[in-house]
Design a protein around this ligand. Structure first.
Ligand code: AMP
Length: 545
């Protein structure tokens, strides 16, 4: 039997129109390169996003054409987030921290036709511009400097000014492409994920839900996670959908700048990777100044595991940390760790242990944890297996790459490459990436568990644990540790600290103390670089021995 419901497409123009109609006065605040603040409203954002859609259409944009953005988090990037898809184009956010050869590969693979670039990022563009084929390049004068000119560069404001204001959206189908992002994988070539209007709309609902980020027009949201990384975790779309005030940090994402904006704009919600928040926490801990944050300030942490010590640390300042897991391929919000009622009665330590897990899946994200034979592992919180997911905002393939068995199962689930346990309440705890697990004497050791425990030691600022080859055990853990300024700790002290938390054979055989741990372009520990440096050296030593 057919339903009586209307056929109504879930597309982005609806969200844009609604924002102007019901939230025209909502503010959008952006940090400029000189650290001053730019202020605008949803009304003006609406006008400019539509002017961009019209300008691009006049410039010859066709349905499905990719438009690259090379931009920080600010109001003009938000205009691109809406203006490009509302014109039928595909928003392709470029990660400005990538190596020029990767950017070249990505732009060519996506066949980006146009580019919108911040003037302050022109030097990044220049490093690969002659090896790609942008038809037109529009420069957003983010620094306010009007003198920046160059061959083939056009002014973004002129493009907007060319619009008459009489723009009609194309008839969009909800399954049409809206945007694309390349995965930042630490090995191999980046792969493109293409989002649809429908997947983005459904993701926005999930993002705003009380069981997820709990967003409303009363919120002041500051996406610290870059808009070039997994759509800033969907926040720009979800915030415009619910009318939340947006605060964009621009390029200033150091602890001091973040804390300043938290206070000044009374931010209630922010999101970013653990390394950003570890920096903020250190600052708060060293600072004697009394901060006046919003009493409702919560931080969503994902991208890599949030150490329990960090969650406890922020609680002392009245800031709630919520742990979430996802990936570019899952739009990204897949699981979130908020406590369900049966867990409220647990002891304080048990509740913290739960909050440090990655949580249970959002609606319509189906998740299973399977062993090597493809069987689901028991929900005992102990047995490890690979996480596999499927759902309306999970990718079914990569751009131009047919689904392969190492990425997708025969029955259509995405193989995430993340290893986790699952417990009786459905909460997952990620223990590793498949390739980061340490296999010692045939038994698995979780590098993530060791790292998180080490980061709970008062002298440790950061810790990354990798496998190094061993003649007898095949692999053993090596810990790379950055100590807090002025702090001291020996390997013996650190292993003493870990004893009791882990079996003896899990404890690192070796510690390396260093000033910093190399990071990926999205702020995660770059373990492949550590492996290259330390595991290779170990292998050489073994050969000599
Ligand atoms: P990306 O596509 O760059 O967002 O990276 C996705 C990957 O980041 C996942 O497959 C995980 O390996 C890792 N990741 C994301 N969130 C978490 C988390 N909360 N805990 C541990 N790893 C995470």
């Amino acid at each position: 039997m057919e339903s009586t419901m209307m056929r109504f497409q879930l597309t982005l123009p609806h969200i844009l129109e609604r924002a102007n109609k019901y939230y025209p006065q909502t503010e959008i605040v952006s940090r400029l390169p000189d650290k001053s603040l730019h202020r605008t409203t949803y009304r003006d954002f609406y006008r400019r996003a539509r002017a961009l859609a019209e300008g691009l259409t006049r410039a010859g944009l066709k349905r499905g054409d990719r438009v690259g953005t090379l931009m920080w988090n600010h109001y003009a990037h938000l205009e691109a987030y809406f203006g490009i898809p509302c014109a039928g184009g595909v928003l392709h956010t470029l990660n400005l921290r990538l190596h020029p050869s990767d950017l070249e590969y990505i732009v060519n693979d996506a066949e980006d036709r146009f580019l919108i670039v911040d003037d302050v990022l022109l030097p990044v563009l220049e490093r690969f511009r002659d090896r790609v084929n942008f038809e037109r390049i529009f420069v957003f004068r983010y620094s306010g400097d009007k003198s920046v000119n160059g061959k083939g560069l056009e002014d973004y404001e002129d493009l907007l000014a060319s619009a008459s204001g009489n723009f009609t959206y194309p008839e969009l189908d909800e399954y049409e492409a809206l945007g694309m992002c390349y995965t930042s994988g630490t090995t191999g070539r980046p792969r493109g994920v293409v989002y649809s209007h429908r997947s983005t709309v459904i993701h926005s609902y999930n993002c705003a839900l009380p069981i997820a980020n709990n967003l409303s027009p009363h919120d002041v949201v500051m996406p610290v996670v870059p808009m070039f990384h997994a759509n800033a975790w969907g926040l720009p779309f979800a915030c415009v959908m619910v009318g939340a005030k947006l605060v964009f940090p621009g390029p200033h994402v150091d602890g001091q700048s973040i804390v300043e904006l938290f206070e000044k704009e009374q931010v209630t919600f922010s999101a970013g990777v653990p390394t950003v928040w570890l920096g903020v926490l250190q600052l708060l801990e060293q600072d004697s100044q009394r901060r006046r944050f919003s009493p409702n300030l919560r931080l969503v942490v994902g991208g890599s595991a949030a150490p329990e010590a960090m969650i406890r640390g922020f609680d002392k300042f009245g800031i709630t940390v919520v742990h979430a897991w996802g990936m570019t391929e899952t739009s990204p919000l897949a699981t979130i760790s908020k406590l369900k009622p049966p867990l409220d009665s647990l002891s304080e330590d048990e509740r913290y242990a739960y909050r440090a897990k990655q949580g249970y899946p959002a609606p319509f994200v189906e998740l299973r944890v399977v062993d090597d034979e493809g069987k689901e592992v028991p929900p005992d919180g102990k047995t490890m297996g690979e996480i596999q997911v499927r759902g309306p905002y999970v990718t079914a393939s990569y751009y131009k790459v047919p689904p392969s068995p190492d990425k997708f199962t025969a029955d259509g689930w995405l193989r995430t490459g993340d290893v986790a346990t699952v417990d009786e309440h459905g909460y997952i705890r990620i223990t590793d990436r498949t390739k980061d697990l340490i296999k010692s004497g045939g038994e698995w050791i979780s590098s993530v568990d060791l790292e998180n425990a080490l980061m709970g030691h008062p002298a440790v600022a950061e810790a990354a644990v990798i496998a190094v080859p061993h003649p007898k055990w095949a692999e053993r853990p090596l810990a790379v540790v950055v100590l807090k300024p002025g702090a001291k700790a020996t390997p013996e002290e650190l292993n003493k600290f870990l004893e009791g938390k882990f079996a003896k054979w899990w404890l690192p055989d070796e510690y390396v103390f260093t000033d910093s741990i190399p990071r990926t372009s999205t702020g995660k520990f770059l373990k492949s670089a550590l492996r290259e440096q330390y595991a290779k050296r170990k292998a050489e030593e073994m050969k000599v021995a």
